[in-house]
Design a protein around this ligand. Structure first.
Ligand SMILES: [Zn+2]
Length: 259
């Protein structure tokens, strides 16, 4: 199966995490940059791990960095996906001014459409401005990663063709709203993810969350939907291939003796 959103270069041992994931039946993953430094780290990891699918982009928390440099990295290095990008308006004062976040997001949405790449989106307390930005770039396809809103809030994104990334939070017994979304969302729009190492779950807390743990997310979502877990894994892998391209399901090859 496939982990549709993780951050391997934020882990101490990215290659070890890939090997552990593959042992657990997670053949491949999408690993996402978020700052200029982490984008360069993802590129360097891809050089060492043939077949690894990476996403490059500036996260809203890092919207003060030079977006022109990020756009140039994306254009020159052909990632599988553009991301992690998005909007974050959590807190009394957003971590970056909304106008700057929107400028950085829209520049990357524009490039994603030009390069015909999907995007992986971060959204926190930003439903309306994010919808507005996406409507300014019709034809951009992508996934809302680690969705935490209600199904009503999700509906306009589904209408735009967006996919839904369900992460480890769904395994928490108190996550009733997310569990209702996971049970009700259209099966052909669901992706599974860990956001490792950032988001905790019932069996692991940051910074110990790994792509291998996406199997636990699959178990939890399959149970909520009363379906067979192997069937759910197959269908969500198909969704990932349809959205991001077939090559994301190719197994990255970690060379033995290259820790
Ligand atoms: Zn992330």
């Amino acid at each position: 199966m496939f982990d549709s959103h993780c951050h391997l270069t934020d882990l101490e041992d990215p290659q070890g995490a890939i090997i552990d994931a593959q042992k657990a039946g997670v053949g491949s993953m999408l690993t996402c940059g978020h700052s200029l430094a982490s984008n360069r780290a993802e590129l360097s990891l891809r050089d060492r791990v043939p077949g690894l699918s990476i996403a490059l982009g500036l996260h809203p928390w890092n919207a003060d960095e030079d977006v022109e440099v990020a756009l140039d990295l994306i254009e020159r290095h052909q990632p599988a996906v553009v991301g992690e990008i998005g909007l974050d308006l959590w807190g009394e004062v957003p971590i970056q001014p909304l106008a700057r976040q929107l400028y950085v997001l829209e520049a990357q949405l524009h490039l994603a459409r030009k390069l015909n790449l999907a995007v992986t989106l971060h959204s926190r307390k930003a439903i309306e401005p994010l919808l507005g930005a996406l409507r300014n770039h019709p034809g951009v396809r992508g996934a809302l990663h680690a969705w935490s809103g209600s199904y009503e809030q999700l509906r306009p994104f589904l209408d735009l063709g967006m996919y839904l990334g369900i992460g480890g939070a769904v395994t928490r017994s108190r996550a009733k709203r997310l569990q209702r979304v996971a049970a009700a969302a259209p099966l052909d729009r669901i992706l599974l993810e860990t956001d490792s190492p950032a988001i905790g779950m019932d069996i692991a807390e940051p910074p110990h969350v790994r792509p291998a743990h996406v199997t636990r997310v699959a178990e939890a979502v399959a149970k909520l939907r009363a379906m067979d877990v192997a069937e759910l894994e197959a269908r969500t892998d198909e969704n990932a291939a349809r959205l991001f391209g077939e090559r994301v399901l190719a197994r990255p090859r970690v060379t033995q003796g290259d820790p």
